[in-house]
Ligand binder design. Structure first.
Ligand code: ARG
Length: 463
């Protein structure tokens, strides 16, 4: 088929080559941004008298009609077109005749595609921020519900110290707040207009890049036209943000999977977010959490794919860059899906405080508190630590826990022990006494809840 770009070449290409070269299959999702960009371009061309005001109006009207027809389904994409930019121009020219052919004055598909992608990702980025904010709010609501539940905190997946379960959940709120911050920064840096860079060198026409950028809501424009058409940092940055966010969702999913196992039973996931087994009637599988963990690899893959595609490219545009879209679209779609499922899954899960408490009672997680008790009685910490280690070993031998070891036994280790050792190693008291800022005491958890809520409110207003 002969192409719009038939010039020095005949424009007659092999059908296989056409298919290989074409991106309309996946870039058609940017049709709205492509048309909005073209409407602004027509307006700028008219303002600058590069085309007549009458022509500019005709182009804008024609483009608006195409948009409405695509929205309503009256117009279908022609999959034999090379890309969405060619498709829109082709329909416009079919409908308007020669005027349609004027739209592409003072621009190139190189700056056009960079523009479309920025417009599209700016919007998706904002939606992702809203979804992330909703997830943070759901986690924080759960943390509020769980703020008095004593649970074992872990290091090396070994029971370490007693914590409040709400404190643990709030750690995820903090991570996701950083993700939202990173997304906000990425969107801000993305918000720069490349349109008017043209093929690479700029144009001979007296365009107004600032005005065109402003029409599209860009507060800034690319200052170097070669960079403007070659830059895909904004895709990489978004992919990095999404990869880090997925890493957080994956760690959380891993814990949900562990916690909902019979071995832990700290939580119950709602039936709506688990599945059964086709053979084992007793099974309740955390498929959604597992899939979120699994899809993380996919998003990392998208980031790696694009980093690798870009690493050897000479300036300026190269067709390799067409590979940016499937990677970034896949990551965006995946994260939308994961956030969409994670939020109601967290909101509907149920904590099982008795089981957490039972787990906290085993594993000598108050051994640090025992050492601290001796320190308060005047022993240097390292000596107290050693002594407490000996006591734990003795307990293990006798089948005691620290709470059930008789006072006479304690006193064999040190005369400093008195009856007040028992309240000092009570699990709830151990958690409550971790009063340092950010620690697990109820007051500190309240402060963390208030902080996160305030940040969520800020994010909601900013969005
Ligand atoms: N479909 C192309 C892409 O996605 C649009 C830009 C094409 N530019 C060109 N000079 N062939 O990158």
């Amino acid at each position: 088929m002969s192409k719009l770009w038939a010039g020095v070449t005949s424009g007659e290409t092999d059908a296989l080559a056409d298919d290989f070269n074409s991106s309309i299959r996946f870039d058609c999702r940017m049709y709205r941004q492509d048309i909005e960009g073209s409407i602004a371009h027509a307006a700028m061309l008219g303002m600058q008298n590069i085309i007549t005001p009458q022509e500019a109006r005709q182009l804008q009207e024609g483009l608006k009609e195409i948009l409405a027809d695509l929205d309503s389904g009256k117009l279908a994409f022609d999959m034999t077109c090379e890309d969405i930019h060619m498709f829109v121009e082709q329909v416009l020219t079919q409908r308007l005749g020669d005027v349609g052919k004027k739209l592409h004055t003072a621009r190139s598909r190189n700056d056009q595609v960079a523009l479309d992608l920025r417009l599209y990702l700016r919007e998706e980025g904002k939606k992702l921020m809203q979804e992330l904010t909703a997830l943070i709010a759901a986690i924080t609501d759960q943390a509020e519900k769980c703020k008095t539940f004593v649970a074992p905190g872990y290091t090396h997946l070994q029971r370490a110290q007693p914590i409040l379960f709400g404190h643990h959940l709030l750690a995820y709120s903090m991570m996701l707040l950083r993700d939202a911050g990173r997304l906000r920064d990425a969107i801000e840096r993305m918000n720069v207009s490349p349109i008017g860079c043209c093929a690479l060198a700029g144009t001979t026409y007296h365009t107004d890049r600032w005005a065109e950028g402003l029409l599209l809501g860009f507060p800034d424009i690319a200052r170097n036209s070669i960079d403007g058409v070659s830059d895909r940092d904004f895709c990489l940055e978004l992919l990095s943000c999404l990869s880090i966010a997925m890493m957080h969702l994956s760690r959380f999913s891993e814990e949900l999977i562990l916690w909902s196992s019979w071995e832990f039973k700290f939580i119950k996931l709602s039936d709506s977010f688990t599945t059964g087994s086709s053979i084992m009637p007793q099974k309740k599988n955390p498929d959604m959490a597992e899939l979120i963990r699994g899809k993380t690899g996919r998003v990392y893959g998208d980031l790696m794919a694009l980093l690798t595609t870009l690493k050897g490219l000479p300036l300026a545009y190269n067709k390799d860059m067409q590979e940016d879209k499937e990677a970034i679209f896949d990551a965006v779609d995946t994260v939308h899906m994961c956030l969409g499922v994670m939020t109601p899954m967290i909101a509907s899960m149920e904590a099982l405080p008795e089981n957490m408490y039972k787990a906290a009672q085993n594993g000598f997680i108050n051994a640090t508190d025992l050492a601290d008790y001796l320190v308060k009685k005047g022993l240097p910490f390292r000596t107290a630590y050693k002594l407490s280690g000996g006591i734990v070993a003795a307990c293990m031998e006798k089948g005691w826990v620290l709470e059930t070891m008789p006072l006479e036994e304690y006193q064999k280790f040190s005369p400093l022990f008195a009856r007040d050792v028992y309240p000092a190693i009570d699990l709830k008291a151990c958690a409550s006494s971790r009063i340092s800022v950010g620690g697990t005491s109820p007051e500190s958890v309240e402060q963390q809840l208030a902080y996160v809520r305030q940040q969520v409110e800020k994010l909601t207003i900013d969005n």
